[in-house]
Write a protein that binds this ligand. Sequence first.
Ligand code: GTP
Ligand code: MG
Length: 490
Amino acid sequence: MQPFHRLDKTALEMGVEQCQPYIDFPKRPTWSYDMNKEQVERQEEEAFQAWKQAIYEKYGDNQQNGSRQLSWFEQNLEVWRQLWRVLEISDVILLVIDIRNPMIHFPLALYHYVTKDLKRKMVGVFNKIDLVSEFTLFSWQKYFEEQFPELHLATFSCFPMDEKLIDDTATYALKTRVKRPRKRYYSAQGVQSVLRCCKDVKIEKHGVNVDWHGLIQRYDDKAPMSDHDTVDGGDHFIDDDDDSDTSSTAGLDEFSGILDISQQNITPHQDYVTIGLVGHPNVGKSSLINSIMHRTVVSTSRTPGHTKHFQTIHLCENVRLCDSPGLVFPSLLPRSLQILSGMYPIAQVQEPYSVIQYMAERIPLEKILSLTPPDLDNARNFKWSAWVICEAYAEQRGFYTAKAARPDAYRAANAILQLATDGRILLSFKPPGFFNTTKYEKLKIKEVDARQNSQDSLDDSESDDDDSNNGGGAVTTTDGQYALLALVDE
Ligand SMILES: Nc1nc2c(ncn2[C@@H]2O[C@H](COP(=O)(O)OP(=O)(O)OP(=O)(O)O)[C@@H](O)[C@H]2O)c(=O)[nH]1
Ligand SMILES: [Mg+2]
C-alpha cells in the first residue's frame, strides 16, 4: 500500500554479476553396475537431501541476515532425475531461454557442468524473440557471446516478429491482441537457425552421418504440409487454453516416432544424434519441438510445469529430439522476478502485490493499463501504490468481490501478472551497459557496415538466382537502423 518510486531505466539491466554467487544444482551420484536399483535410488535420495540441506543451511536464513533470499527451486527429486537422464542421453544440450530475461533463464551451474564436466556441446536458444526489439536481441547476443564463449547461440520464435516492437524501451504493451495463426508452427521463425547451430557444433559420432544440409533445407520452402503431417482438427494440444489439462502425455502413444528410454541408456545412443531440450518451465521447449516437427507432437500450455516426463521424438532416421520437463534451478534472484518470468503458476501466487510493485517500479504500469487515479480531486499529489493500481484495474475491468462488492484487487493483480507473463505487457531486461553506454550501438553499426560491404560485393557479382535474399536483407537492415536511431534519440 506504500507508494513506490519509479527506478531508473538501468534497473532493467541485468548481467552475470546479479546472478552471483551461483548455486550448484544436484548431480547424480556415481553408480556402478554392481549396485541394484534400490541401492542406486537410495543413494540418489540421500545425495539430494544432503544437497538441499546444504543450500538451506547456507542461504536459507539469508533474508533474516539482510541479504538476498533463496529463490524458489525444484524440490522434487523425480524431476531432477529426468534432467540427469536427458543430460546423459543427449549429444547436444539445447538450453531454451526466454529472451525477455535471459539471465534468469540461464543457470550458470548447468553451463559449467555441461561444457566443462560433461564436455558436451551446448546451444542456447533465445526463444520468444517476437516479444523484444531486434536491437534488444542483438545486444543480448553480443553479451552472451562475450560472457559464455562455449555457448552456441540460436534465435527462435513461434510467432512472427511484431513490427510495433521496433523500440521496446518505449513501447511497453501490445494493446491489441495479436492475431496469431492457429497452426502457429507454420509461422515459426528460426528452426533453421537452431538446426544450423546443431550442425555447427560438429558432433562426431562414428558411423552416424547426419544429412544436416538436407534437414535444414526442409525448412526453406514454406509449402504446406501434406495431410499426413497435419494435426487433426479439435486436438487438445493447442494451448492458451484450459489450464486444467495436466496430463501432458495424453494421446502421445498415437505418434509412432516416440520411444521410451530405459534406464540403462546412460550414454548417448550410438546410432543417433540426440538433441536434448532443457530449461526453466514455460520457456517454450515443447513449442520449439512442435515447430521443428512441423506438427503437434508434444503438448504445450501457458501454465508452467506442463510437461511432466521427458520423451524422444525422431526427426529423421539418425536424429532425435528429447523434450524434458521444465525445472527451476536455485538462485538468489528475487522471487518476484521468478513469477514475472513465467516459471511459477500465477494462480498459486498468494501475495501478488509485491510482484506488481516490482514491475511498477520498473515500467509505467498505470499508464500501460490506462488507469485513472481514484482521487481525481487530489490528482496532483496522488501517488500510486501497487495496491491502488490493482484496485483501479479491478474498477476498470469490473472485478468486484462477491460479498461486499468491493474492487477485487487480488483478481486484478492476477490478471495483470498474466498479461505480463503472456507478453502483452512487455517487461524485458537488457544486458549491462544497454542504457548508459553506446557499446551495443557501435557493435550494431559495425555489423550493418560489414553486411553492407558483403552485400555490395555480392551485387558486383550479380547472380540473380532468387530474390529472397534481397527482400529479407533489406528489411532487416532498415529495422535495425530504425531501432538504433530511436535509441540514440532517447
Ligand atoms: N510469444 C511467444 N510465446 C511462445 C513462444 N513459444 C512458446 N510460447 C508460449 O509459451 C508458453 C509455454 O510454452 P511450452 O512450449 O509449453 O513451454 P515449455 O518450456 O515446454 O514448458 P514446460 O513444459 O512447463 O516446461 C505457451 O503459452 C506458448 O504459447 C514464442 O516463440 N513466442
Ligand atoms: Mg513442455
